[in-house]
Write a protein that binds this ligand. Structure first.
Ligand code: GTP
Ligand code: MG
Length: 138
């Protein structure tokens, strides 16, 4: 079966939304394989966001992602990569569809980083790479 890496980013953790995100994942029918709560360090975040290296928003993004604890989970189920991306909604929370995590729970605060509550791997190759980074023991 397929696995994906889900992160509740520091904005979601600070706002008390871990339970709400897990509720939606479990209500959809997906299975939790592993979970962890810790503040990510710069080397992990630089690796995680390697595809964005050199873009102007990558340093603000890494600073934000290291600003407090992130809740990380490996989630399993047939087509879960696509399924969780659908639960999460579009990257920009202002226009993310109502009914999605970002559409219902996130907004633009006018800061220099997009705070959009969750991350979900975008392909099987990304999922494999990201799970190895966040859960090296799995
Ligand atoms: P993730 O699930 O977090 O990976 O989001 P995504 O796949 O919808 O977006 P993407 O991988 O393209 O970007 C990763 C993260 O970088 C986003 O969730 C945003 O927090 C941030 N980001 C992406 N594009 C921009 C941008 O144009 N400007 C800014 N400020 N941040 C961005
Ligand atoms: Mg992405």
């Amino acid at each position: 079966v397929q696995r994906t890496l889900v992160l509740v980013k520091p904005d979601g953790v600070a706002r008390g939304l871990i339970g709400e995100v897990l509720r939606r994942i479990e209500a959809k029918g997906y299975t939790l394989v592993a979970v962890d709560l810790h503040t990510a360090d710069d080397s992990l975040l630089a690796e995680h966001y390697a595809e964005h290296a050199g873009k102007p928003f990558v340093q603000p993004l890494i600073d934000f992602m290291g600003s407090g604890p992130t809740f990380a989970a490996v989630v399993e189920g047939h087509r879960v990569i696509e399924g969780f991306r659908s639960l999460a909604g579009a990257t920009d929370p202002t226009t993310a569809a109502p009914g999605t995590i970002r559409g219902d729970l996130a907004r633009d605060w006018g800061r220099n980083v997009i705070e959009n509550i969750v991350h979900g791997s975008d392909s099987p190759a990304s999922a494999q790479r990201e799970i190895a980074l966040w859960f090296p023991a799995l």
